[in-house]
Design a protein around this ligand. Structure first.
Ligand code: GLY
Length: 367
């Protein structure tokens, strides 16, 4: 197929979620992925669904995050039923640990703000923390427990979304990098890939950290930069941790298979996909400060991924003014996994010219 109603650039979790959502309608959807589905940040993330631990302030962005968080339960069931894949949505809750006086000060503000917003948060003292997670350092001062912040196995989720879309007729092409746009005056008519030109009624940029470098758009800039995150994983026994542990220095995400993900740095180093001595050293030190017994656990692997960062750290969602036919859903920075369900829904509503469930205006490119 060289023509489509909607062409999506990027086979990460955002592109796959939009494609899966569009597949409920009678539209021909084509997704072009330059490498393999989910092979970048979507597959590399830690999978936390953590608007509360991430301390997202009230406003339209938090509204998107909370709505998306609610969508995971039904989405897990749908994906299991239609693809057979268990995305390991685990309602583990997040324990936000307070280790210093400054943590306690910041924590008090978060607690008051989140309570005022009607979000669930509990204040635990040291004893409660150590009863729930005896491995945590005895110097812990206390914690906040966010019972509604959870986790998902992001690599499985992106695969399941792509399979759901494909089963419903989405055409997916891997190894198909987009090198530029086909335009008539300002209107975008399609894209050029290495071997082909593809035409589409609507083109959506969902290329994560690469979204700003797809092709020339006269008068337009998409100021998305890669913010590298280094992570590593340790082998633990499956029941080592009940909750995700989160501090201002690092987070520990216990996966059902016993793997413990330790994340993550935030670095602006271009597209240098390295793990560094300094990055891994800092993560290991933070993890050991939090849970001294981790010193004896085997290291499984270390890796890095590129979060799509925007100058105000909010995503770009919607049509691109001045380039009719062109849309964007990118720049989700630290929250791409969490936001995939709601972004898929809202972008599908926009592309299908349906009423939007939530406002998109605060997320326009030229805000
Ligand atoms: N969502 C956590 C991170 O980006 O490191």
């Amino acid at each position: 197929m060289k023509t489509a109603d909607v062409l999506i650039i990027g086979g990460g979790i955002i592109g796959c979620s939009i494609a899966a959502e569009l597949s409920r309608a009678q539209v021909r959807v084509l997704m072009l992925e330059r490498d393999r589905i989910g092979c970048e940040a979507s597959g590399e993330a830690a999978g936390m669904l953590a608007p509360q631990a991430e301390d997202i302030p009230s406003g339209p962005f938090l509204d998107h995050c909370l709505k998306s968080r609610e969508m995971f339960g039904p989405l897990q069931e749908l994906l299991k039923e239609e693809t057979g894949i268990d995305i390991e949505y685990v309602r583990s809750g997040i324990l936000y640990l307070l280790l210093t006086e400054d943590d306690e000060f910041q924590g008090r503000r978060m607690f008051d703000e989140q309570r005022a917003r009607g979000l669930k948060v509990e204040r635990w003292d040291r004893q409660q923390v150590l009863e729930a997670q005896p491995q945590v350092t005895p110097t812990v001062r206390g914690a906040f427990y966010f019972p509604d912040d959870h986790q998902v196995q992001n690599a499985r989720m992106v695969r399941a979304l792509s399979i759901l879309g494909a089963r419903r007729g989405v055409q997916i092409m891997e190894g198909a990098p987009v090198t530029g746009f086909v335009q008539d005056k300002d209107r975008v008519l399609g894209v050029r890939s290495v071997a082909e030109t593809y035409y589409a009624g609507k083109v959506v940029i969902a290329a994560g950290a690469w979204s700003g470098g797809i092709g020339e758009l006269p008068g337009q800039q998409i100021p998305i930069q890669p913010a590298r995150g280094q992570l590593l994983s340790l082998e633990t026994r499956g029941d080592f941790f009940r909750h995700i542990l989160y501090t201002r220095e690092a987070y520990l995400v216990p996966r059902p298979n016993g793997e413990l993900i330790v994340g993550s740095t935030v670095e602006f180093a271009g597209f240098e996909k390295h793990v560094t001595v300094g990055g891994i050293e800092a993560l290991l030190a933070a993890a050991r400060r939090l849970v001294p017994a981790l010193g004896s656990r085997p290291i499984l692997k270390a890796w890095a991924g590129f979060r799509p960062w925007t100058p105000d750290e909010l995503p770009y969602l919607g049509d691109i003014p001045g380039s009719p036919g062109l849309y964007i859903a990118s720049g989700h920075y630290r929250n791409g996994i969490l936001l995939a369900p709601v972004t898929g829904q809202l972008m599908a509503e926009l592309l299908l010219e349906e009423q939007s469930s939530l406002p998109l205006d605060p997320f326009r490119l030229n805000r």
